[in-house]
Design a binder for this molecule. Structure first.
Ligand code: PGU
Length: 427
């Protein structure tokens, strides 16, 4: 029964105010609700699933596939699940999540021997994967610095805009990508950092920038960090792909380590969706480096306070998997090997896609496919060319021309290259 109908049956009509009855008849409580636009990334998967073609290829969502195009559960995860099964209870976690999982997770971002961890200067809570960590931070920012804004790189993962919009934090643009060179627009980026009001918040992708696959070099990160210091800006790192850029989680934390060395307070969103393949487990961490332990205790308590009315406490299973793997040397080493394996397969596919396009005699340069890193190739295909790939070849990707290299396999690469060649050389 519709909610409106239920209410009007339960309450005598005369008891309702005339305004309420005239404004909304029983059936029109939600009459003003328009269908939401499709999500630019997850909507691609929906369209892919609905396509009956046997040739269809999904290079939309950033989810790793093996060389047969199948989703992967890492061997370290399987083993952790075997160890967990039947041995532990499923009671609520504390509001801030699993202490053990957080301990191990902070080591990945801040370093195994981080003085900040030892000094208990980091306020950290388990989060609903990377998205939840970003959202919790955005809400925290709004609650405690309500007049602040955030600078967001252009382009970025589309959901960043939704997250800070829903947290009601105004957004400013940080120029990042140079379409002609298909590389970093470092000069404009530095200008925007210099021209922002002192003490601004900036969202930075720690590694494997989504969607461009373009990261600043180590030298450039040092310059960025220096300028942040001069301007007293706050860096918030979204690290959704630690391990996917170089194959080594330690190397992929370099940008964060540079900022830490330079003495910045930082915020950091970590996710195990990609690097442990725990997508649906929704397991991640939000951390904020504070001035001292007392401040960290206060900040953590407020993060928990934000989480409590939203989801009370985070889910337990993913946290158990992560802490089982990272807390055991043998399993951790297996994980590191498997992360490297995933990153290497993607790097191999980049080379192969470029070679395939060059062999087809493409007059265009495809060098950027191998220059870019991480899960995505920002191909430079126009929205119209993407539409043709979908309608004529059943190839699904986001309309910004982003190809999830994780979905490219030896089985589909020839077909994909041919189709890209076709839409970029004929109209
Ligand atoms: N941050 C960045 C930069 C991301 O690319 C993603 C996921 C996330 C955070 C959030 O990941 P969690 O699963 O919440 O940990 N981006 C993927 C996955 C699909 C999506 O849009 O959520 C993508 O394809 O861009």
């Amino acid at each position: 029964m519709a909610l409106g109908a239920a209410i009007s049956r339960a309450i005598p009509r005369r008891a309702l105010s005339s305004a309420a009855t005239s404004a909304r008849s029983a059936s029109s409580w939600w009459g003003h609700v328009e269908p939401a636009p499709k999500d630019p990334i997850l909507g691609v998967t929906e369209a892919f699933l609905a396509d009956p073609s046997p040739d269809k290829v999904n290079v939309g969502v950033g989810a790793y596939r093996d060389d047969n195009g199948k989703p992967v559960v890492l061997e370290c995860v399987r083993e952790a699940e075997r160890r967990i099964a039947g041995t532990l209870n499923m009671e609520y976690l504390p509001m801030g999540g699993s202490v053990k999982m957080i301990e191990e997770t902070l080591k990945l971002a801040y370093g195994e021997d981080s003085e900040f961890i030892k000094d208990k200067r980091i306020a950290a809570v388990q989060a609903l994967s990377g998205t939840g960590a970003c959202r919790l931070f955005a809400d925290f920012q709004k609650r405690f610095l309500p007049d602040s804004q955030i600078y967001i790189p252009i382009p970025t993962w589309a959901n960043h805009h939704n997250i800070w919009r829903d947290a009601r934090v105004p957004q400013r643009t940080l120029r990042y990508y140079h379409p002609e060179s298909k590389g970093l627009d470092f000069a404009s980026m530095m200008d925007d950092i210099r021209n922002a009001p002192n003490g601004s918040f900036f969202l930075l992708h720690a590694c494997a920038h989504n969607p461009t696959g373009v990261d600043p070099s180590e030298e450039q990160w040092r310059e960025i960090s220096y300028q942040f210091k001069v301007k007293n800006h706050f860096p918030f790192f979204d690290m959704a792909y630690q391990g996917f850029a170089s194959g080594d989680p330690e190397r992929d934390a370099k940008a964060i380590r540079i900022f830490l060395e330079d003495g910045h307070p930082i915020g950091c969103a970590q996710s195990y969706a990609k690097n442990m393949g725990l997508y649906g487990q929704r397991i991640g961490c939000l951390s904020i480096l504070c001035e001292d332990e007392m401040q960290a205790v206060a900040v953590k308590s407020q993060l928990q306070q934000l989480a409590r009315p939203m989801y009370s406490n985070p889910p337990v299973h993913g946290a158990l998997i992560v802490s089982t793997i990272l807390g055991d040397t043998e399993l951790k080493n297996l994980w590191l090997k498997e992360v490297k394996g995933m990153a290497d397969r993607i790097i191999g596919m980049r080379k192969a896609l470029r070679e395939n396009l060059e062999k087809l005699g493409s007059p265009l340069s495809w060098e950027h496919i191998t220059n870019q890193i991480g899960m995505f190739c920002y191909s430079g295909l126009t929205p119209e060319q993407v539409d043709r790939l979908t309608s004529e070849f059943h190839i699904y990707m986001t309309r910004n021309g982003r190809i999830s290299m994780a979905g490219v396999t030896t089985g589909n690469i020839g077909y994909l290259a041919n189709a890209i060649h076709e839409v970029t050389t004929s109209s």
